[in-house]
Design a protein around this ligand. Structure first.
Ligand SMILES: NC(=O)C1=CN([C@@H]2O[C@H](COP(=O)(O)OP(=O)(O)OC[C@H]3O[C@@H](n4cnc5c(N)ncnc54)[C@H](OP(=O)(O)O)[C@@H]3O)[C@@H](O)[C@H]2O)C=CC1
Ligand SMILES: Cc1cn([C@H]2C[C@H](O)[C@@H](COP(=O)(O)OP(=O)(O)O[C@H]3O[C@@H](C)C(=O)[C@@H](O)[C@H]3O)O2)c(=O)[nH]c1=O
Length: 292
């Protein structure tokens, strides 16, 4: 299977390269493919002869998007539509990665795929526009909404916590936003499994559509930070004290959902894909960072 993935340096593309096995991962990103100028990318993508496209690259700076909403909208809202159109022309499926930030977080239980969306910020709005563009571009799509991605690669909350803990005794972290920290390595395994299903069952309509895809279990950002410190401390790495605070005491340019929990039951039922409980994947990532 030849999997064309957008982006070259992102967490998910790097994890896909690591977990590929006998799958051929074909990363394409800047400078050859700039998603701010994705119209006309059809020839480049077609020449790579993919069996499936994974749309993973995105403008992921949640706070910065508040001051660059047009760029976020072009990259996250419009480019996925161009990719979907190319996939349709090539007669292949597209897997598009989206986010929990399409929801407003007001629900008191985990979100399911049919729940109404209402993004709180520019990043979430741009990602929702991208979902809609993919749906408009081809019926042969899977949208995978994930959340709170961490890995040994790129930038993420886990790496920020280890960095902060290495030069201060205390880190203050919000306790009133809930979600499921999800390892990019587990996401890579799941994306490859979904890709195989789509390629092997081209006429199976039930495999297409929108699915939630997060780790099992739930946590607040403060819980996640505490777990990172415990695992890191046990390995001789940084181990700051975590002080749980309220979101009002940690002002940020973008508002974030209080409830980011997603139910991944549909993915398990339809694709037979289930990600591990988040605590089970944490050790591997922390160990790679504190004992490189
Ligand atoms: N990180 C998270 O917590 C979550 C992420 N997601 C979604 O998952 C997907 C992957 O995220 P993740 O791996 O964390 O992303 P990263 O932030 O690690 O990497 C983003 C990637 O997108 C590329 N990119 C950004 N702008 C452009 C552009 N204009 N043209 C081409 N490439 C570009 C970057 O390339 P370059 O190196 O050139 O900058 C980089 O490879 C995204 O769609 C994101 O919205 C969903 C939920 C949670
Ligand atoms: C660094 C830091 C953050 N926080 C808070 C701020 C915020 O509410 C929460 C998470 O912070 P971050 O800014 O690291 O995470 P953020 O960029 O909001 O992460 C999001 O990224 C995008 C791409 C997604 O799609 C989401 O699923 C989600 O993972 O933790 C603290 O309370 N203390 C701290 O020291």
């Amino acid at each position: 299977m030849r999997v064309l993935v957008t982006g070259k340096t992102g967490q998910i593309v790097t994890a896909l390269l690591e977990r590929a096995g006998d799958t051929n991962i074909l990363p394409v990103g800047r400078p050859e493919l700039d998603l701010a100028r994705a119209e006309g990318a059809g020839g480049l993508l077609a020449a790579m002869e993919p069996d499936v496209i994974v749309s993973a690259a995105a403008y992921t700076s949640v706070d910065k998007a508040e001051t660059e909403p047009e760029l976020a909208q072009t990259v996250n809202g419009e480019a996925p539509g161009h990719l979907a159109t190319v996939a349709a022309e090539l007669g292949i499926p597209i897997i598009h990665i989206s986010t929990d930030y399409v929801f407003d977080g007001q629900k008191s239980v985990p979100y399911v795929e049919t729940d109404a969306t209402r993004p709180l910020g520019a990043y979430g709005r741009s990602k929702l526009a991208g979902e809609r563009a993919v749906i408009a571009g081809t019926a042969n799509h899977v949208i995978l909404r994930t959340a709170w991605v961490y890995s040994p690669f790129g930038g993420n909350f886990l790496k920020t916590m280890l960095r902060l803990a290495s030069d201060r005794p205390e880190v203050r972290v919000v306790r009133d936003q809930l979600g499921s920290p999800t390892s990019a390595l587990d996401i890579a395994d799941a994306v490859l499994a979904v890709g195989r299903n789509l390629v092997n069952m081209p006429d199976e309509a039930a495999l297409r559509g929108t699915f939630h895809m997060t780790a099992g279990g739930e946590a607040s950002w403060a819980d996640f930070a505490c777990a990172i410190m415990t695992v890191s401390g046990d390995m001789g790495g940084p181990n700051a004290s975590i002080t749980a605070i309220d979101t009002v005491d940690y002002p940020t340019p973008a508002r974030r959902p209080a409830n980011s929990r997603l139910s991944s039951a549909k993915l398990a039922e339809v694709h037979g894909v289930e990600l591990p409980v988040w605590q089970d994947s944490l050790c591997e990532v922390v160990s790679r960072l504190v004992r490189p």
